[in-house]
Design a protein around this ligand. Structure first.
Ligand code: PLP
Length: 396
């Protein structure tokens, strides 16, 4: 039992979170994650998951997991570095390299662990990290764990990045430029062509976290492929937790870099990975995404996303700078964003309200993640509900 004052202190902090509206009321899922789901006992059309390609409940992923568990058992036993890893993990890492079009690949327990583990291995005291203003929290934490200096450049602002590169030139041992491929709150795309060109000019390392780009852009191969600059990115980071419908993180790069990361990343060395079942499911997910069927899923995803975004705009909603299936409806008011999400939920549509501090004040929104598995009927039903509630709440 905790001491009285400890309980009181954190009880008070918790209350403050509640009062500031920063407490997560976490909903219960009562079945598989798909374009439809049972949430709190209610059937809803799902826009709250990253299940872009509708693979999270795919029979082939489940089957692969079951077979691997039958063959290798459930538990990994110990951290891979000590006890060795199952041959299926080597297969997965080969597949990661094939997917990222790199020489070698490494698998991590999660995307978060990938960033907090990999970034500190690449930079040290005397180095500089140039980081996009809207980079994911796991990148920010990875930077904090490194001993390098950090300078934030304005979101997707190539001129600002160049200015900061010019000023830093010659003052540091090396410079790492780090960016999301697709940004997770706005669904806009990092200008990787310009960034990789600048990196070449200034001889900087480029690290792309493509969590929301892989399985979505570049026929599924991600943001670097979308711009045709795969071979100009030094470090290709990704996750299995979005379009790939599973969980785990990955890095693709040259063999020496991958083996160095493996031998120095603390989140790889000190943390046990997931069950062999998850490894096998990830392998299957990559196979599907790289196949003709994967390309077809990506095509359907964009067809759905483009339709949904265009219709939201024609109803009068502000979808910001989204160019991807991650579509915000920007409202600019915490209370209205929450009310809208709640009204939609009551109508059987699950979208997430995103408010300060996750996004800047004045840009409070609902976040809508379209899936290849949504039908036209799902989208139309959702659009009708958006129009009804948007008018009732005075948003449009
Ligand atoms: C989701 C996400 C992560 C974390 O990935 P997990 O596999 O969920 O740990 C990292 N970076 C970005 C940009 C993300 O969107």
């Amino acid at each position: 039992m905790a001491k009285g004052w400890v309980k009181d202190l954190y009880g008070k902090r918790l209350k403050e979170l509640l009062e500031r509206g920063e407490y997560w009321e976490i909903k219960k899922l009562m079945g598989p994650t798909g374009p439809h789901a049972i949430v709190e006992g209610k059937e809803v059309i799902m826009f709250a998951t990253n299940n872009y390609l509708n693979l999270a409940n795919d029979q082939r992923l489940k089957q692969a997991a079951v077979e691997a568990i039958e063959k290798y058992g459930w538990g990994p036993g110990a951290v891979w570095a000590i006890a060795g890893f199952h041959e299926i993990l080597s297969e997965l890492e080969k597949k990661i390299a094939e997917f990222k079009r790199t020489e070698a690949g490494i698998f991590f327990p999660t995307g978060y662990a990938t960033n907090v583990g990999t970034i500190p291995t690449l930079v040290e005291t005397g180095d500089l990290i140039l980081s996009d203003q809207l980079n994911h929290g796991s990148i920010i934490d990875g930077i904090r764990l490194s001993r390098a200096e950090k300078i934030v450049y304005n979101h997707c602002d190539v001129a600002d990045l160049e200015d900061k590169l010019r000023k830093a030139h010659g003052k540091y041992n090396k410079i790492l430029i780090i960016t999301d491929g697709v940004f997770s709150m706005d669904g806009d795309i990092a200008p990787l062509k310009d960034i990789s060109k600048l990196a070449e000019e200034y001889n900087a390392i480029v690290y792309v976290d493509d969590a929301h780009g892989e399985g979505v852009l570049g026929e599924g191969r991600g943001t670097p492929a979308h711009f045709g600059v795969d071979d100009k990115i030094d470090i290709h980071m990704g996750t299995f937790s979005k379009a790939l419908g599973s969980s785990g993180g990955m890095v693709g790069s040259d063999r020496e870099i991958i083996e160095y990361v493996r031998n120095t990343a603390r989140s790889w060395l000190l943390s046990t990975g997931p069950s062999p079942g998850a490894i096998a499911a990830n392998l299957k997910a990559l196979e599907i995404v790289m196949s003709q069927e994967g390309k077809e899923r990506v095509r359907r995803l964009h067809e759905n996303a483009n339709y949904f975004r265009k219709e939201l705009q024609s109803i009068g909603f502000n979808t910001g700078k989204s160019e991807t299936p991650m579509i915000p409806v920007i409202i600019g008011d915490t209370k209205k964003a929450r009310e809208l999400a709640k009204a939609l939920f009551d109508d059987g549509i699950f979208v997430v309200p995103i408010v300060y501090p996750m996004v800047p004040r004045g840009t409070e929104r609902t976040r809508n993640e379209v899936s290849a598995g949504h039908t036209r009927e799902d989208l139309d039903k959702t659009l009708a509900a958006y129009e009804k509630w948007g008018k009732k709440l005075g948003i449009i």
